[in-house]
Design a protein around this ligand. Structure first.
Ligand code: B1M
Length: 222
């Protein structure tokens, strides 16, 4: 792999955001994902190559380590920040349509639920997996999900719920989406959600963690 791409991947994997960022201590005073992504573009590396050959594999490693409990939420959040700092340089190319992404993913935490840490991790892993993410935030009503689906036809939808009380709203949203967009694909997750519950409410897939979500989306673009 190109040296600069390898360095970007390491920065993302270990959460090195930029030169002034003190974390991780063994990379102190070194350029981070921010400076390296900017330099790579200046040197003529294509944005999709930076995404595919540096950010995606780095985030895949982060996801695997998280699944195996070799790292925890803080390290994952640092990796997310490093990835976002690199993505900020790439986004203009994707937004202009100059570089294509794998598809669109609409995500939100269901109505009545304000928990967003897990949802944000899923969103950033999926973005790191090469998808455009439309993040609707927390306490997202069924109408808001449906509106986003009208705006982004064909997008995969992801619903997160952290409260047993709001799982009922997940069910309502899934039913409404399936009624209006029968062929749409819906991914669900969150601590109280299970595979059985996913099947019961008619969603398409349950992912216990971000890597599971990324792996599911991969199956949709085979
Ligand atoms: Co609240 N909370 N909380 N809370 N909170 C829990 C969930 C709770 C289990 C704590 C407890 O009582 N032990 C409990 C729920 C009990 C239940 O329903 N059975 C609870 C409660 C009761 C409440 C309030 C009602 C408390 C109150 O006000 N009386 C209140 C509700 C507010 C509301 O939502 N309307 C409330 C509020 C809050 C804070 C605002 C203070 C804060 C949220 C801050 C935020 O998110 N910005 C908060 C927090 C932090 C927690 C705990 C401590 C941590 C949740 C978390 O972020 N985990 C939680 C207890 C706990 O889990 N130890 C708790 C880390 C995160 C990475 O995991 O979100 O599970 P998680 O996401 C995982 C997977 O589930 C999966 O991937 C992630 C990474 O592996 N995943 C998906 C998540 N979404 C996915 C979507 C996918 C796929 C995978 O596809 C789309």
């Amino acid at each position: 792999m190109n040296d600069i791409l390898e360095k970007i991947a390491l920065c993302v994997e270990f959460g090195k955001i930029n030169k002034v960022s003190p974390y991780p201590p063994n990379m102190k005073d070194q350029d981070g994902a921010d400076e390296l992504a900017k330099r790579a573009l200046e040197e003529g590396v294509r944005p999709d190559e930076i995404l595919e050959s540096a950010l995606v594999p780095a985030m895949a490693r982060v996801g695997e380590k998280f699944t195996k409990k070799e790292i925890y939420v803080p390290q994952m959040l640092m990796a997310a920040k490093a990835m976002n700092s690199a993505m900020a340089h790439l986004k203009p190319f994707f937004q202009s349509g100059e570089t294509k992404r794998k598809g669109k993913f609409i995500v939100g935490t269901v109505a009545g639920d304000l928990h967003d840490i897990g949802k944000n991790l899923v969103a950033m892993m999926i973005e790191g997996g090469g998808w455009e993410v439309i993040d609707l935030g927390v306490d997202v009503s069924t109408e808001k999900f449906l509106g986003a689906m009208e705006e982004h036809p064909g997008a995969v939808v992801g619903l997160s719920a952290l409260l047993t009380t709001t799982m009922e709203n997940m069910k309502k949203t899934v039913s409404a989406i399936k009624e209006k967009h029968a062929s749409s694909k819906i991914l669900v997750g969150g601590a109280p959600v299970t595979r059985e519950y996913c099947e019961k409410i008619g969603a398409d897939f349950y992912a216990p963690d971000p890597q599971g979500a990324v792996n599911y989306l991969k199956t949709l673009v085979a």
